[in-house]
Design a protein around this ligand. Structure first.
Ligand code: ADP
Ligand code: MG
Length: 309
């Protein structure tokens, strides 16, 4: 997946620790073979590259994951939608970036969205309806891989540890002193400065924003998270951090809530009842923090909101 995985575990001895970490890495490789859009031989690549209308058999793993992603897409009213591939192409987000001409954007919007895909019964087969449509797993693949890594560690008997996969964190147990693992949340404007500190146990922390991954077109920075409703990169309002037991859910919801933005996102998250989300909103006079009720229980420190803008 083109990113770094770091794992730290507590085990009875060095061999047990190394074995568990190896199992975690292997499980991430297995997810990569199912979901990677950066290689031609993954399960998802076979669907993304098939001729429009040609039915492709889905591996059971891919079928289940696409069903899971589709359900979250419906639940977030389409804010999360992995079928943004045509829009990624239109904006050249995997290249140098490009402002699409209106006709190109309109064409990309017509071929975006999960409606461009047909899924057979039990999600064992699928086809895409047009040549431009493809599923970008970037919004949930890391979380799915972390979920597999955590499961591998647990199967190996590990109950205490922490994994960092490209910035998304998953922890096992309650941390070194039992009060929860400390997980800092960066200031979206200055990534090296922590803006808040969380304490989490047996959970995953995922942050989505536009400050880390973007392309520059003319004088403007465009982030890599697209708003499927407009076909344009979501505006860079700050960042949102989600804490969830399931790393895949944390990953999906941080992407979805970034698209929804701090107002609609907070409303949506509170309506779900148990979604722990922290919105860091960049304003003229510094950083504004907004947290759902579930998140406030995990928040240890809120430094001065005067972050200098
Ligand atoms: P990161 O991968 O940097 O942690 P995210 O988890 O927020 O960030 O995922 C962003 C990625 O998700 C994009 O690079 C793209 O591959 C994909 N994506 C972009 N917009 C959407 C969207 N609206 N729904 C689902 N996936 C998206
Ligand atoms: Mg995500």
């Amino acid at each position: 997946m083109g990113t770094v995985l770091r794992a730290e575990v507590t085990a009875p001895d060095r061999a047990a620790a190394l074995g568990a970490i190896q199992a975690a890495f292997d499980s991430v490789s297995a997810v990569d073979r199912v979901l990677s859009t950066w290689r031609d031989d993954s399960d998802i690549a076979r669907l993304n590259h098939a001729a429009p209308g040609d039915t492709v058999a889905l591996s059971p793993a891919l079928g289940r994951l696409l069903d899971e992603a589709s359900r979250w897409s419906r639940r977030t009213d389409g804010a999360f939608d992995p079928a943004v591939g045509s829009l990624v192409d239109a904006w050249d987000l995997r290249g140098r970036g490009r402002l699409p001409v209106p006709e190109a954007l309109a064409a990309a919007r017509r071929t975006a969205g999960l409606g461009q895909f047909w899924f057979g019964r039990d999600d064992r087969s699928a086809f895409r309806r047009s040549a431009g449509a493809w599923l970008d797993t970037g919004g949930f693949g890391k979380g799915v891989a972390l979920r597999a890594a955590v499961a591998a560690l647990r199967s190996a008997g590990i109950t205490a540890g922490a994994i960092n996969f490209g910035g998304q964190v998953a922890v096992l147990g309650g941390g070194p002193d039992g009060s929860g693992w400390p997980v800092p949340v960066a200031d979206p404007a200055r990534r090296s400065v922590p803006a808040a500190l969380l304490r989490v146990r047996d959970a995953s922390v995922s942050t989505s924003g536009q400050s880390e991954r973007f392309v520059v077109i003319g004088k403007h920075r465009f982030g890599h998270i697209l708003d499927p409703r407009t076909g344009r990169p979501a505006p860079a309002w700050g960042s949102v951090t989600v804490v969830a037991d399931d790393p895949a859910v944390a990953d999906i919801l941080s992407t979805a809530l970034f698209v929804l933005g701090p107002d609609a996102g907070l409303t949506w998250a509170e309506r779900q009842g148990d979604v722990a989300a922290l919105f860091l909103i960049r304003g003229a006079d510094g950083l504004e923090l907004r947290a759902t009720r579930a998140l406030r229980a995990l928040l240890v420190t809120v430094p001065s909101t005067d972050s200098g803008g």
